[in-house]
Design a protein around this ligand. Structure first.
Ligand SMILES: Cc1ncc(C[n+]2csc(CCOP(=O)(O)OP(=O)(O)O)c2C)c(N)n1
Length: 286
């Protein structure tokens, strides 16, 4: 295990001052340290976007892939070695736009990946176009007269798609964010954490103040109860004057990895494949 300080790399983030990504990065390092995950058995996988830089700043294994392809890469890593803790980092465009189809199928498969979506409701890296979670009417560079599309609600989408852990947090509620993150990292299955993370440069609407006035913690209003998708879905519909944060839904189910016969003998990466003739397969690619 490593301390938060030991998880720091020699690279420093250059996100805008006040960007919610700083809080997410600090919370993530603290959570990895507190959960006792060994850095050499932990992998951060990212796509393209401001959040795509996360693996550069955490001293674990890391893979910065291409836009929207975090989950195929993360799934492949889990299948090659399912002893590894795999954490995906995406923006809302990366996860819910170009990567949306991968998200649906990874959720229904229940691959054990903790997926942290840095949801700033805008394309930050490409300097401010609407994203799938931008509020209707939001005027940006790509929608100067206001977005005409309804936004995706990632929480209700995940509940409907069969995800086994679905949470929303606000990075401005830092202790609550860390507590939910710790729960997500412990979850045996796919965990979606939609992180409301204000973009201080391009999103003039969904600011820290805007969220602070609206968010409330589900835990303060409902006690512990057995998992119920319908109730969770209905709670997820609330968005506007009041925005619920916390764990909406969690259940335990076999993971994809648990059910694959090829993994019964242990991780593929540790299996003896010396007697397997792969020449025929390789020849198809040459
Ligand atoms: C295939 C492909 N299409 C488009 C792009 C351009 N591009 C880079 S990042 C990005 C969107 C970033 O938005 P988001 O995922 O929400 O992350 P943020 O930067 O806001 O954290 C786009 C469209 C790309 N790199 N690759």
């Amino acid at each position: 295990m490593a301390t938060t300080l030991e998880l720091k790399t020699e690279h420093n983030p250059s996100w805008c001052q006040g960007c919610g990504n700083y809080g997410i990065l600090n919370g993530l390092k603290a959570a990895i340290s507190q959960a006792g995950f060994e850095p050499h058995l932990t992998v951060l996988v990212s796509g393209i976007g401001c959040s795509g830089k996360d693996p550069h700043f955490v001293k674990t294994y890391g893979f910065e892939g291409i836009h929207g392809r975090v989950l195929p890469v993360a799934t492949a890593i889990r299948l090659a070695n399912h002893r590894l803790k795999v954490i995906g980092c995406s923006g809302d465009g990366d996860a819910y736009g170009i990567g949306g189809n991968h998200l649906l199928h990874t959720m229904r498969r229940n691959v054990e990946i903790t997926y942290l979506v840095h949801d700033n409701q805008i394309y930050g890296l490409t300097t401010g176009q609407t994203s799938p979670t931008s509020i209707k009417g939001f005027a940006t560079k790509s929608t100067p007269f206001g977005a005409i599309e309804e936004p995706i609600n990632p929480v209700s989408l995940a509940i409907a798609a069969g995800a086994t852990f679905v949470a929303r947090v606000f990075v401005g509620e830092f202790n609550h964010f860390k507590q939910v993150l710790a729960q997500a990292l412990k979850h045996k299955g796919f965990a979606l954490v939609d992180i409301l993370q204000p973009c201080v440069t391009f999103n003039y609407l969904n600011t820290y103040q805007w969220f602070s006035q609206r968010v409330y913690k589900l835990d303060d209003e409902i006690g512990s109860e057995p998992p119920d998708r319908i109730k969770a879905f209905n709670r997820a519909q609330e968005w506007g004057e009041r925005i619920p944060i916390g764990v909406f839904f969690q259940e335990t189910k076999p993971t994809y990895e648990d059910q694959l016969p090829q993994l019964k003998e242990g991780p593929l990466a540790e299996q003896d494949i010396s007697s397997v003739d792969i020449k025929k397969t390789l020849s198809e690619f040459i």
